[in-house]
Design a protein around this ligand. Structure first.
Ligand code: NAD
Length: 476
């Protein structure tokens, strides 16, 4: 293990761990929408040429982000359950390959701004790497490393022939024009040329990116090699070889997970209430599908706050409102609620679909749900996991519940390679089957190892990757 890495020893630390908020403050990360010291407010995430500041980047500490420490803690717990050898632990803990780039972009005003981009490939053992591109003002190396590691476990659990990756650009897409985002995306894609490719590393959308950015990435890559390479990204528009169903896949997969859990618990969606945090790609589709199945979605939220109606929100009407007004606030047939308080509303299922570290040691004690199904990546901290476990609140973990996106991305990649498109129904049925198999695998492992679902999901995934790593052995 390299010096300073968060290893199994610190990884197993649980009691008395510092609050994530305090860790975030120490590492210098900032919350979404906030402006870090030294950042120009008009260009969040970018540094105007000639104005390089060193006090806004935690120099030399990129790996020590709270999120990477959290991913390592989760890994260590599962590795302990598996009694994984130290040698394999170290190989699986640290990202195999990482790229950080700083590149200039000309803004609409003519000004040149320098942006930082990342791409982390967690393991190259399983095949090409796969993972999203995130555009966020507080994106850092450690966050990408954590998300890349989770992607490895997610792909492994779903039985996909990939290692995990994650990347993106530190920028605030809401403060940029479409032209500026296009120039950032194309330049970032050009910076990544040495490490991406249809059989090397295949990006996809994540927070702050979507079909549009994938189309630009695909075009930039194809221009560089001289012919069209649709398999270099997934989540592209259908007109460019994207698959039908990719847009809805993650949210739909979350609902498939809820259905699997309900079947086991003997619960019914029609008789249950749901709180959905985050109303973007994942949350809005999950809420729509729960509503369509007769579920009562009593609250939804976005970055500005939450809206609630104890009788159930009219989700199609909420979707029309968001189409027109972008934010949820002002929706007439609901009460405004504080975004943090909505997590504590009494409901059967809480579905966090916004971002990391939302259920922490500070609010886990106050949650009034019976089940948590994680649409977002890393929404529950290890300390909160422990509290939820003690309170008998079951968690369907992220690497299982939100794997629908990468599963359908895999279908898209296969179709791009085959140059043959599948029908919508085939995509949906294959997704349902693959997610059900992963759910059953997690529940069987949980019962065999007598552990919670998260540890079982990670153990099952890590076991598979560690076996492959041992079989491939060490080169030379
Ligand atoms: P998105 O950008 O489309 O939507 C995010 C939503 O969360 C927005 O409504 C935003 O306003 C809201 N939000 C942000 N911070 C919030 C906060 N503190 N409180 C309440 N709401 C907040 O992103 P997305 O693609 O829906 O991704 C959401 C999560 O799901 C992320 O953790 C992402 O990594 C994960 N995920 C996404 C996919 C995918 O296919 N898009 C796949 C797997 C996992």
């Amino acid at each position: 293990m390299s010096a300073g890495a968060v290893g199994p020893q610190t990884g197993t630390q649980e009691a008395g761990e510092p609050s994530t908020e305090a860790q975030a403050a120490q590492s210098g990360t900032v919350a979404e929408g906030a402006t870090a010291p030294g950042q120009a407010a008009a260009r969040p995430g970018g540094r105007p040429a000639g104005e390089v500041r060193f006090d806004d980047v935690p120099l030399g500490e990129e790996w020590h982000s709270p999120l990477y420490a959290m991913a390592c803690r989760q890994f260590a717990r599962a590795a302990d359950v598996l009694s994984l050898e130290d040698e394999v632990r170290t190989r699986l803990l640290e990202p195999r390959r990482s790229l950080v780039c700083n590149f200039p972009v000309r803004m609409d005003s003519g000004e040149v701004v320098n942006y930082t981009g990342y791409r982390v490939q967690h393991t190259l053992t399983m095949g090409p790497t796969k993972g999203g591109l995130r555009y966020a003002p507080d994106l850092g190396f450690g966050e990408c490393a954590a998300l890349a590691m989770w992607m490895t476990w997610k792909c492994s659990l779903a039985g996909l022939p990939y290692g995990g990756a994650k990347g993106g650009v530190r920028c605030d897409p809401h403060a940029l024009s479409a032209g500026e985002i296009e120039r950032i995306t194309r330049r970032y894609a050009a910076e990544l040329l040495p490490v991406v490719g249809p059989d090397i590393d295949i990006p996809a959308p994540d927070m702050g990116t979507g079909e549009r950015e994938m189309a630009w990435f695909y075009d930039t890559y194809s221009q560089s090699v001289g012919y069209a390479v649709p398999a270099v990204v997934t989540g592209k528009p259908v007109a460019l070889g994207g698959t039908v169903g990719r847009h809805d896949a993650t949210g739909l997969g979350v609902v498939f997970s809820i259905e699997s859990a309900f079947e086991e618990l003997g619960w019914s969606i029609q008789e249950s209430s749901f709180v959905v945090q985050g109303f973007g790609n994942v949350g809005s589709v999950a809420a729509r599908e729960l509503h369509a199945r007769g579920g009562k979605v009593i609250a939804v939220s976005d970055i500005r706050g939450a809206i609630a109606n104890p009788h159930g929100l009219d989700i199609p009407a909420v979707l029309r409102w968001v189409d027109e007004h972008y934010y949820l606030e002002g929706f007439p047939e609901a009460e405004p609620v504080d975004g943090e308080e909505m997590l504590e509303l009494e409901c059967d299922v809480l579905v966090p679909c916004a971002r990391e570290e939302q259920i922490t040691e500070h609010n886990a004690e106050r949650l009034r749900c019976r089940l948590v199904v994680e649409g977002a990546n890393g929404p529950t901290t290890p300390a909160a996991d422990r509290i939820l476990g003690e309170r008998g609140i079951t968690v369907v973990p992220d690497i299982l519940a939100n794997s629908g996106g990468v599963i359908v991305s895999y279908f898209e990649w296969v179709q791009s390679h085959q140059k043959y498109s599948w029908q919508a129904l085939e995509v949906q049925e294959r997704l349902r089957t693959q997610m059900r198999a992963a759910y059953d695998r997690v529940r069987a492992t949980a019962s065999e190892l007598e552990c919670d679902n998260r540890t079982a999901a990670l153990a099952s995934a890590i076991q598979h990757v560690s076996e492959a790593a041992k079989l491939r052995a060490i080169y030379p």
